[in-house]
Each structure stands twice: as C-alpha cells, then as structure tokens.
Design a protein around this ligand. Sequence first.
Ligand code: C5P
Length: 395
Amino acid sequence: MQLKRIVLGVTGGVAAYKAAELARLLVKEGIDVQVVCTSAARHFVGPATFQALTGHPVFTDLWDERVDNGMAHIDLSRGADAIVVAPASADFLAKLAQGRADDLLSTLCLARDCPLLVAPAMNRQMWESPATQRNAAQLLLDGVSLIGPDSGEQACGETGFGRMLEAEALVEAIVARFQPKQLNGLKVLVTAGPTFEAIDAVRGITNPSSGRMGYAVARAALEAGAEVTLITGRTCLTPPREARVINILGAQQMLTEVEKEADATDIFISVAAVADYYVLNPSEQKIKKDAHILTLELAPNPDILANISSRPKPPFCVGFAAESENMEEYAELKRRRKHLPLIVANDVREAVGAEDVQLILLDEAGRHVLEKADKLTQARRLITHVAQLYNTHYQ
Ligand code: C5P
C-alpha cells in the first residue's frame, strides 16, 4: 500500500468527535497521521486528543512558530500521500471550491501535490442547498474525492443526507482509494459465512464460520475496483459499504441466489462454509422435549460451487478448502473434481474464527504460499493472484 502519510484536516462541526476515532484507526492501519484543525474545530475536540492519538502536535495557525522555516502550509503536506478533510463543513467545501486560502488547512489543500479526499458533514438542508451542491459538483470536477455524506439521524434532530460516515467506513474508503485497481469493471460474486439448516422453528445445524475471510475477500475485491455482490449467511459483521448484500440462511437458499447472479458474474469466489446436509422435514413448531431419542433425517445439500463451475460457460471460479489433515492433497483433489482454476487451502483448526491465517493457493501452475497474516492482507494477496490468473487466461 502506498498510503504511508496522511494530513488529516478537521473542520468545525459536531462530527469532529468522529475524527478522533478516524485518526486512531488510520494509525492502527500503520499510517502516519498529521492533524491540522481549523480554529472552529478546536471548539469541538481539543488538540491534546489528536496529539495523544497520532503522536504529533496539532497545527492550526499559518504562522505557527514550531515549523522551522515558517512555511507550515508547505512543510506539513510535504511527503504526504493524501490530505483527508473529515469532517468537511459546508463553509470549508465552499472555500475549497473557490480556491481560497485564508487559514492553514485551506492553504495546505491549495498548495498540495497529492490527492484530496473530503468527508462532508452538515445539516440536511445545508447539504441540499443549491450552493453546497454546486460546490460539491465543482470539487468533483477539480478531481477531489467526496466520501459520503451518509443519510441518517443528525445532531440537530433531523434525518437525511449530510451525516458524516462512521470512522470505520471512512478508513475503508480512504484505504480503497489507494489500492491498485486490478479488477476494474469486473463483477465479483462472493459467498461468506456459515449456512443454517433448520431443525425446527428455533433450532438448526450450523458451524462456527465467522464470515471474516469472505467479508475480507469482498472488501479486497471492492478495493481492486470490482462491483461486488456478497451472499452471506448469518454473521456478526458489518459488510463492506459498497457491496450489494444478499442475506441467506440455508444452503439451498444460497444456491438459488448464486444461480440468479452467476450469468452476470466474471469471478465467483466461494468462501462460505456450506453445510453438507440439510434436515428433511424440519418441524414448523418448536420440538417438545420428551424422554425419547430424537432422530434427524439428513439429506445432502447441493454443491453450489460445483454447480456453477460445471456450467458450459462458468465464471472464473475460486474455491476454499478448509481441511484438518492432508490439507494440500485433499484441496487439490477438490480443485480437480470441481473443475476450478484456483483453490485456497487452509487448515481448519487454525482458520475458523482466527485473526491470522496461512493460505496455500493451488492452481494449474502449482502451489503458492501466502505466509501467515491477517485476513484482509491475505484477501488482498488472493485478489492479486486471482487478477493475474484472470487477466492471463480469461481476457
Ligand atoms: O465442503 P468442501 O470442502 O467441498 O468446500 C470446498 C468449496 O466448495 C468451498 O469453496 C465451499 O464454499 C464450496 N461448497 C459449496 N457448496 C457446498 C459445499 C461446499 O459451494 N455444498
């Protein structure tokens, strides 16, 4: 990732409190963050908070004597990979659109040679006003990236567009902006999470898949410029904001949804932990406890991935094989049996629910080890590999 240094501009608005969390999450991503506040922003969040979170003093003044050569407007953004203004008030958008430079932050924005990303935050009527809309349109024409705003409840009590995105969604969008666009214009379908096969009205058979790997793959594909549909079983995760999400419960429902999408899909990545069996004749009512032995009759579920990969004109299909023994051998057998150009093998004992995993990619050319790392890093590496294979064999 080329995103190593960010100047985080904070302007005056209630959403400034979210900028503290944004600074924290950016630092957690390994990014060096230099905060520059407008004087209005200092009424909402004190510099001590940002200084503690980023490890750098906060600047506001064009004439700050802490900058050696008195050129704060140039020095602070020198070497920065991006300037991110979050929250960006209506007034600040107007300033940017006009190219004004009457304080440190607006001057930095004008004197920059790196991308500028802004996250608008204001009352619904201020956002909808013709002047703000004109300014936002002008900024887009000038090459500025607008992140949001979102719709929702506002500090003034109204509901509508103008809310700043939550810090996690902002980080997702900022990081995505700097990832290589290896899947630009392609449609990627991802399945994720566990399936749930009903036994009765309240009980079912499921598995401990957290959905984290599948959600990370969906996010990495979005970052690479793909249009992503995520078909997911029940998880506790928030899906990537830009993904089209379809929620399912059982394997048969997942198959129905995958089949609807398959024709319009370029790349299908099947990460879901699909139950091999479903319960024949699940009870509509909750089964009452009695002293007898209860027998469940199970029937095999369809193999969703094999179903799609055996089509006459399949999308580029990628499988995941979680194994507890003979990992590579079993995974390679599955790859051949399901006619997959690529399968990802992982050790079920370490992969399910874990933070860091090692993955082994098996394709026609052999094996490629992705050394242990967090799931998002692995997902990005996997997407790079998928893009290379897709571009050499399918374009
Ligand atoms: O369960 P198995 O090890 O065969 O899973 C390998 C791959 O097949 C995974 O990518 C999984 O998502 C997919 N699969 C499927 N439908 C099933 C079982 C597995 O799509 N019923």
